[in-house]
Design a protein around this ligand. Sequence first.
Ligand SMILES: Cc1cc2nc3c(=O)[nH]c(=O)nc-3n(C[C@H](O)[C@H](O)[C@H](O)COP(=O)(O)OP(=O)(O)OC[C@H]3O[C@@H](n4cnc5c(N)ncnc54)[C@H](O)[C@@H]3O)c2cc1C
Length: 433
Amino acid sequence: MGSPTTHVVVGGGIAGLLAARRLARGGATVTLLEAADHWGGRVSSLELDSLVLDAGAESFATRGGVMTALVSELGLESAIVAPTSAPAWVVSPERSYPLPATGWLGIPLRPFESEVRRILGWRGAVRTLSDRWRSLGSVPDDITVGALVRDRLGDAVADLLVAPVIAGVYSRSIDEIPLASIAPGLPAEVRAAGSLIKAATSRRKASPGGSAVLGIEGGLARLTGALVSECEAAGVRLFTNARVASIAPGTDDWRVVVDGAGVSGGAKFVADAVVIAVPLPMALQWFPDIGSDAARYVALVTLVLDAPALDAAPRGTGVLTTGAVTRAKALTHSTAKWPWLAARAGGRHVVRLSYAVNDPEESVISYAVGDASRLLGVPLESWQVRAATQVVWPDAGPVQVDLSRVPPGIELAGSAAGLTGLAAIVAADAQAR
Ligand SMILES: Cc1cc2nc3c(=O)[nH]c(=O)nc-3n(C[C@H](O)[C@H](O)[C@H](O)COP(=O)(O)OP(=O)(O)OC[C@H]3O[C@@H](n4cnc5c(N)ncnc54)[C@H](O)[C@@H]3O)c2cc1C
């Protein structure tokens, strides 16, 4: 057995916590450095009107079973909950419609069902179904979602169904996002199936019980608390308020300099290896050769409302937008989506709106009530707001990273490796074990 190595993990979001736990369990001496005063990054919580709410991620994809396995391993299996089965809606400047329940990533799996036909019309449905018999042609590994969907299913499916889902989940246009960044094997799966609808149907079937996402009673941020406990138990040295300022190679090691107030006994760490688990635009400051990604931000506004008109969940679990409807690009009606939260809220409603912002200091909170009213289709006034808050996060889009350009002794994890979403990040950690 080789001698134990010394690792520094930079960034205490889900990816950094998983990497630190994995390395410490493997026998390494591990130090985890987090810039903020709390753990979890985009998987953390906030308190509003005496409710503990997720401040970022609020559900996990069931594909591959990796997340359910992790949640069980962390002792939270009994807290796994499904969202209500109500669909999310799409709101465009012209009309509003529920997303078909039998879809994957917005791709309609049964184009002739009435809920799909109401959106696409008969011609659109026939055009969509033709995917099943038209020969596939070439599907290169770098094809974008937009190019494939437009070719196989037509512009109506692309613009009315898939674009709002991709924009809501990945903050990207379908015409810029590569299919492989949704899941690396997807282009090959489409080639093997000979049809996009068939490949999407297989993906959908792979979700246990047909539910594509699940949550945790009490909030997804419970994962963070459980992982911190496991890191402590594995002997990881944990520091919050420890912002890494520079990472530079030594003779045969790495030098990590911290400028935060949370590190006592010296601000320089020497390590055999460093795991970079910060958002990709930040990782690029240190390793500009590995890829490119502009710093973009999502401002998430959470409202707690007294609004009986929302009791009927007029837009199901929430709204995705297409076209310029409001400044907000998506809305989640959290108390309609999660029964456990509705029970805790006792008649109050929790609504989250997300906004793309270029400047992380920009406040969009003043738009939120008007936007919520427009997207939910009910009158809402500012006196109905019991509490409101805004959190700004690095944008969550998946990006291809050139791993061949990562120097020896450096490992990329989570967002720094171009991954988005907990399922992708946890699967990559499981593979590295
Ligand atoms: C609003 C929102 C909702 C989302 N919803 C979902 C969802 O429902 N389901 C899902 O699967 N995914 C969701 N995602 C995506 C998911 O949250 C992320 O893909 C994932 O949490 C990223 O984890 P990470 O550890 O790679 O990065 P982060 O969570 O961003 O963690 C990086 C950490 O690095 C720290 N850091 C930064 N710079 C430094 C430095 N110089 N020194 C030390 N530390 C530093 C940061 O403070 C942060 O804690 C959502 C994202 C957002 C923004």
